[in-house]
Design a protein around this ligand. Structure first.
Ligand SMILES: [Zn+2]
Length: 303
């Protein structure tokens, strides 16, 4: 039995790959963030007896040349060749896929992008991420980096060119003014603080917007404008058939409708139908995507 994992900074979710390609979720355990041996034990417990392969979706970047992982929110995996070290510790074949890539793959093979040539799956949550799938195959990119549209500074460094005079927020990647720093849920909160001087959660900001309240409306207006501008460049570059969205902000369909409307108004191609939509696997793209990676590696019908 192949066990699939969706590993985040807080929880490890796991499930069993079924012959029909679905993943039956079995449960979740807390992620041992700072202790490698405890992490290995947790994986071993979830996978059960035997030496069958496991397939993992993990929030992090993996250098395809060295295998080295960059996993900021799970310190015991950071700067470690996770798949090689896990294979040694467990005596099993270990497949590892970035979580945004797993989501994009799930959408392209079995979700909103099924049968469509170019699928750009994006994550709008505490950070901004993405994955690109072309003709059903994941684009892994040079050094293991592709689809990561959240990084690279977009904010105009001159005060006059910055929308509403927004500051240039530092990003976790070390640069300043990245899409991740302004177009994530945390970014929305920073925009709100910058415009209105108060700390409010992204949930409360969007709630205020839904209720027509002025400050929340202004924040969402600025947020969706910045996000759509950045996304429009990606759309013109990649020509996606669909942009499925996952992450905390994807639960707000009105927000996605607004991002979709603005993005389609800025791009060159005439999309006659919604382009930015909530992913069919928004809630379980990691597990389902890990299952697809296993199917692609070991053959359809594998379980
Ligand atoms: Zn960045």
């Amino acid at each position: 039995m192949i066990t699939c994992f969706d590993i985040g900074g807080t929880f490890i979710r796991h499930g069993a790959l079924q012959p029909d390609g679905t993943v039956a979720e079995c449960g979740r355990v807390a992620t041992p963030g700072n202790d490698w041996n405890a992490f290995v034990s947790a994986i071993e417990q979830c996978a059960g007896e035997g030496s069958s392969p496991i397939s993992i979706s993990l929030a992090g970047a993996f250098d395809t040349r060295t295998g080295m992982a960059d996993v900021a929110n799970i310190p015991c995996l950071h700067k470690r060749a996770v798949s090689r070290d896990l294979e040694e510790a467990l005596g099993r074949k270990v497949l590892i896929t970035n979580d945004a890539n797993a989501f994009a793959l799930a959408e392209a093979v079995d979700g909103t992008g099924r049968g469509k040539p170019v699928v750009f799956g994006i994550i709008l949550g505490s950070g901004v991420g993405g994955g690109l799938v072309v003709n059903g195959e994941l684009v892994t990119g040079y050094g293991g980096i592709a689809g990561e549209w959240g990084h690279g500074p977009i904010m105009d460094p001159t005060a006059g060119g910055s929308l509403k005079g927004l500051q240039h927020y530092p990003c976790g990647c070390g640069q300043t003014g990245c899409i991740d720093a302004v177009c994530s849920a945390r970014g929305m909160e920073k925009i709100h603080k910058s415009l209105h001087g108060v700390d409010v959660s992204s949930k409360d900001i969007t709630k205020a917007w839904h209720e027509g309240e002025a400050s929340g409306t202004e924040t969402v207006e600025v947020f969706t404008t910045l996000l759509s501008r950045a996304l429009s460049v990606l759309v013109n570059t990649l020509g996606p058939d669909v942009i499925p969205v996952s992450g905390g902000l994807s639960n707000d369909t009105a927000l996605l409708d607004e991002i979709d409307r603005k993005t389609r108004s800025l791009v060159l191609a005439d999309y006659g139908a919604p382009l930015v939509v909530r992913g069919q696997f928004a809630a379980n793209g990691g597990l389902h995507g890990a299952g697809i990676v296993a199917r692609k590696t070991f053959g359809e019908g594998t379980a």
